[in-house]
Design a protein around this ligand. Structure first.
Ligand code: ADP
Length: 242
C-alpha cells in the first residue's frame, strides 16, 4: 500500500493515471516506468464486495478497528465531495441520486487523494469497500498492487431493499445504523431471516439522517447497476483465486 501510494498515487502519478485511463495506455507500463510497486512489505490489502445494503461498511469498519487497517469506502469519498460546494459536487449529485456509477476518472482521483492523505499519516494496508465496482477498476487495481483477500457478502434482494431503506447515519460522528427490523419468511427456496435493528446510542439518536440515494426507486436502480457492472467483478476475483 505504501508502495502503491508512493509509486502511483502521488499527485504527478495521479494525473498520469487519469491520462492513462483516457488514452488506454497500459497502466502496467506506467508503473514499470516508475518502479516496482509490489516490492515492499505491507499489511492487509482486502476488498469487500456485495450489493448495496449487504453490510459491507458495517463489517469493514469493525474489521478496520480490530486490525488497525484503514477502512476506505469510495461511497464515503463521493459523499464528502458532494457535501462540498464545488463544480464536481453538482456533477456528482445527479449521477449518485440516479443510482448510477461515477466515472472511473473521478473515483480514482478521489481514491488517490485519500491514499496520499493516509500515507502522510503513516497508514498502511486497506480494506476497500465499494471499490472496485467494475472489471476495469479491478484490472487497474491489480496492475498497481496485490489484493490478499476478497470478501463477497450476499443477502436476499427483498432484505437488501429493506436494509437500505432502514439505513441511518449520525450527522455528527458519521457512524452508520439501521432502524429496520427484518423478519423475512422462508420462500421460493430462500431461507427465512431475522435481523434486529442496529440502533444508535443516545448521543446519536437525535442526529440521524438518511442518504438521499436510499429511496426505493434509487435502491432498485443501484441493485440493477450492481448486477450489470459489479457482479462480473465477483467472477473476476474468483478466477484470480482471491
Ligand atoms: P452502496 O450502498 O450502493 O454500496 P456506496 O456508499 O458504496 O453505495 O456508494 C454510493 C454511490 O457512490 C454509488 O451509488 C455510486 O454512485 C458512487 N460510487 C461509489 N463507489 C464507486 C465506484 N467504485 N465506482 C463508481 N461509482 C462509485
Amino acid at each position: 500500500m505504501a508502495a502503491l501510494t508512493r509509486q502511483f498515487f502521488k499527485p504527478q502519478y495521479s494525473s498520469m493515471f487519469i491520462r492513462s485511463l483516457s488514452t488506454n495506455t497500459s497502466t502496467v507500463s506506467l508503473i514499470q516506468s516508475t518502479g516496482d510497486p509490489k516490492g515492499d512489505s505491507r499489511s492487509f490489502q482486502w476488498v469487500f464486495l456485495g450489493c448495496p445494503g449487504v453490510g459491507k461498511g458495517t463489517y469493514a469498519s469493525r474489521l478496520s478497528d480490530l486490525l488497525g487497517v484503514p477502512h476506505i469506502a469510495t461511497g464515503d469519498l463521493v459523499r464528502d465531495e458532494l457535501s462540498s460546494s464545488g463544480l464536481l459536487s453538482r456533477q456528482l449529485d445527479e449521477v449518485v441520486n440516479q443510482g448510477k456509477l461515477v466515472s472511473d476518472e473521478i473515483i480514482f482521483n478521489l481514491l488517490s487523494k485519500r491514499l496520499e492523505a493516509g500515507e502522510s499519516r503513516g497508514e498502511s494496508g486497506f480494506i476497500l469497500d465499494g471499490f472496485p465496482r467494475t472489471i476495469r477498476q479491478a484490472e487497474i487495481l491489480d496492475d498497481v498492487t496485490e489484493i490478499d483477500l476478497v470478501v463477497n457478502l450476499k443477502l436476499r434482494e427483498d432484505v437488501l431493499i429493506e436494509k437500505c431503506l432502514g439505513r441511518r447515519i449520525c450527522s455528527e460522528c458519521g457512524k452508520g445504523f439501521n432502524v429496520a427490523s427484518i423478519d423475512a419468511k422462508a420462500e421460493n427456496g430462500l431461507p427465512g431471516m431475522r435481523m434486529p435493528p442496529l440502533l444508535p446510542p443516545p448521543q446519536c439518536a437525535s442526529k440521524l439522517i438518511t442518504r438521499a440515494d436510499d429511496t426505493e426507486p434509487v435502491v432498485k436502480e443501484r441493485l440493477r447497476v450492481y448486477k450489470e457492472k459489479s457482479e462480473p467483478v465477483e467472477d473476476y476475483y474468483q478466477s484470480e483465486g482471491n
